[in-house]
Structures are given as structure tokens and as C-alpha cells.
Ligand binder design. Structure first.
Ligand SMILES: [Mg+2]
Length: 330
């Protein structure tokens, strides 16, 4: 197994709870058995191990299931890519996708801005063909966020609208927001409360559907299922430990009547393409958060999974993407 460091600068710094991030650093993992396979480990502080811990894990020789999430993702993807190539199947079929899938729907993401700007950005996304738009909320007062949602609904009455609060609200604020949101036809609100509050999320679901993102990683699948805390699970293969784990989670979710939505953690195109394969292996998947390539100013190469008309074409050659080794990306 070969491990190569990379750094991909972002178009704009990413604001996270752990401070701004200016580039996405990680490791490309190459294996040569039973075929050439390429994986990507791109740790994101707050979601996975640190860069240093990722490197240490990749060099440890530890068994797959003892690796932290980003390292496990890199090794798992390299192995799956190699196996799928050796079987002559595109990765999504190798992951269990039962039928040919040409493309998967993706959502646009609109950040925090005043109501008028927010409405314009949502309209632009709808005009560009995106079947769903995710609106970041929680940076302003509840009243101001509701004004933004109202402006968006005026401008785009039929758009599938999702909100993501990234855990910003207290229970009282969330209830106030949810009560006001009932009249705007919101598909779901992602992580309205802090990650630790499963019971709070379970209670909110009675008003508007709830998606868990951070909470899913804090508690694990079983605890979230037991608490009946979500209508939607946000599956991030990089934070879960690999495409195989994300597929397993999608099966668990579907079995419990929960909708899986696959998203990236703003990864390079090797992991992003793998996330597209994960989404393609889930029958009739809802619009996924995979339109994140434009957030990087430099990628490993030309985008193998570009967005067109709100969808991403699923690579159909054997394996993940037609790259034979990290040398192609040197
Ligand atoms: Mg989220």
C-alpha cells in the first residue's frame, strides 16, 4: 500500500466550529491487488481524526476496522476500487446497486445572507436545474431566518427546500422556528439542535421532518434508531469510515423507514466520485449533497463527476473512476 500526501486549496475558507480551513489536506492510498485501486483519506477536524492521526493510522498496518474514519475510508475505497476493477464492474454495482443508474440528483447549498440575496441565490439554483436547495440557517435570529425562508418561498414556490442549522438552536428556539416553518412546506430541517440532544430531535419531528447529521456521528446508528430521532440520515462516507459503511448505514436507514442522503465532507474528486457511487447504489435516492467540487480551487484533475442540470452522471467504467494510480494525480 502506497500513501501520498496532498493539499487542495479551497475557493474560499471554510468556517467550521474548529476555526477556518483554507485547504483540504489528506492522503491518496494506492493498492495493487487484485488490481490497481485508489482511495482518498481527507480528514476534517470535528468530524474525523486529525491529519497527523490519519497519517499515523495509514502507516500503522492496523486492520481495517481498527482505523479511524478518514484513514479507513482511504484504505477501504482503494480496496473496493481494486476489487470492482478486477470484477469489471462500476463501483456502485460492486457496492450492491441492483440496476444501471445513469445519474443521481444533487442539491444546491445556499449560505447565510439577507432575505433578498438568499431568494436570488435559491432562484438561481432552481433555474440551474437543482431539484432541491439546502439553506443554511442559525446564524441569525429565528425571526430573521423565517423572513429568509418566506422570501425564498415567494420567489421559488415549488422548490424542495431543506434547512441546515448545524446544531445552532436551543430547544425553545427550535420549537419557535419549527412552529413558524409549518406553513412553508419545508422538506426537512437538518440538525436543528446540538448533536448530543437525541430526545429533543425526536420531539421536533412531530412538527417538521428532522435530518440528523452531526448527531448521527456523535451517537452511532443504533442509538439514533432507538431514540426515533430522525426522518433523514445524512451519510458522509469520509466521516463514517468508508463507502462500505455508508452503504450499510443506508440499508439500516431504509429498513427503519428513514431516508438516506449522501454528502461529502468537501473531499477531492476521488472521494467525491466514490460518494456518487454510494448514492447510485441506493435505489431512488433523494437529492444528495455531492455538488461540492466547486468549493475547491484545485482538484486532483478534471472533475470526473461534474454537476449538470442538478444531477451528476454516475461513472460507468469499472471501479470508481478511470484513474490507475496516485501517479496520475501527481
Ligand atoms: Mg449538515
Amino acid at each position: 500500500m502506497k500513501v501520498d500526501y496532498f493539499s487542495l486549496p479551497l475557493s474560499e475558507p471554510l468556517q467550521t466550529a474548529k476555526g477556518p480551513i483554507e485547504d483540504r489536506e489528506g492522503y491518496l492510498v494506492t493498492v495493487e491487488e487484485p488490481d490497481i485501486g485508489l482511495g482518498e483519506a481527507t480528514p476534517l477536524p470535528g468530524w474525523t481524526e486529525s491529519l497527523a492521526a490519519c497519517k499515523e493510522a495509514l502507516e500503522s498496518g492496523d486492520p481495517l476496522d481498527e482505523l479511524p474514519p478518514a484513514a479507513r475510508h482511504g484504505v477501504s475505497l482503494a480496496a473496493l476500487d481494486a476489487q470492482a476493477k478486477s470484477e469489471g464492474e462500476p463501483l456502485y454495482r460492486f457496492l450492491g446497486g441492483q440496476s444501471a443508474v445513469e445519474s443521481v440528483p444533487v442539491n444546491a447549498t445556499v449560505g447565510d445572507a439577507d432575505p433578498e440575496t438568499t431568494a436570488k441565490q435559491v432562484t438561481a439554483a432552481v433555474d440551474a436545474g437543482f431539484p432541491a436547495v439546502k439553506l443554511k440557517v442559525g446564524a441569525r435570529s429565528i425571526e430573521e431566518d423565517i423572513e429568509r425562508v418566506a422570501a425564498v418561498r415567494d420567489a421559488a414556490p415549488d422548490a424542495e427546500l431543506r434547512l441546515d442549522a448545524n446544531g445552532a438552536w436551543t430547544r425553545a428556539e427550535a420549537q419557535e422556528a419549527f412552529d413558524a416553518l409549518t406553513s412553508y412546506g419545508i422538506a426537512y430541517v437538518e440538525q436543528p439542535l446540538p448533536a448530543d440532544d437525541l430526545d429533543g430531535h425526536a420531539a421536533l419531528r412531530e412538527t417538521v421532518p428532522v435530518a440528523l447529521d452531526e448527531g448521527l456521528y456523535e451517537h452511532g446508528f443504533d442509538a439514533v434508531l432507538d431514540a426515533n430521532a430522525a426522518d433523514v440520515w445524512i451519510l458522509k462516507p469520509m466521516a463514517m469510515g468508508g463507502p462500505d459503511v455508508a452503504i450499510e448505514a443506508a440499508g439500516l436507514a431504509r429498513g427503519a423507514g428513514i431516508a438516506p442522503v449522501v454528502t461529502t465532507t468537501i473531499d477531492g474528486c476521488v472521494a467525491r466520485a466514490a460518494a456518487v457511487h454510494v448514492a447510485a447504489a441506493i435505489p431512488d435516492v433523494r437529492a444528495c449533497g455531492l455538488a461540492t467540487g466547486s468549493l475547491l480551487s484545485v482538484d486532483f484533475g478534471p472533475d470526473p463527476v461534474p454537476v449538470s442540470n442538478g444531477r451528476i452522471a454516475v461513472p460507468q467504467k469499472e471501479g470508481n473512476i478511470p484513474t490507475t494510480s496516485s501517479a496520475d494525480y501527481a
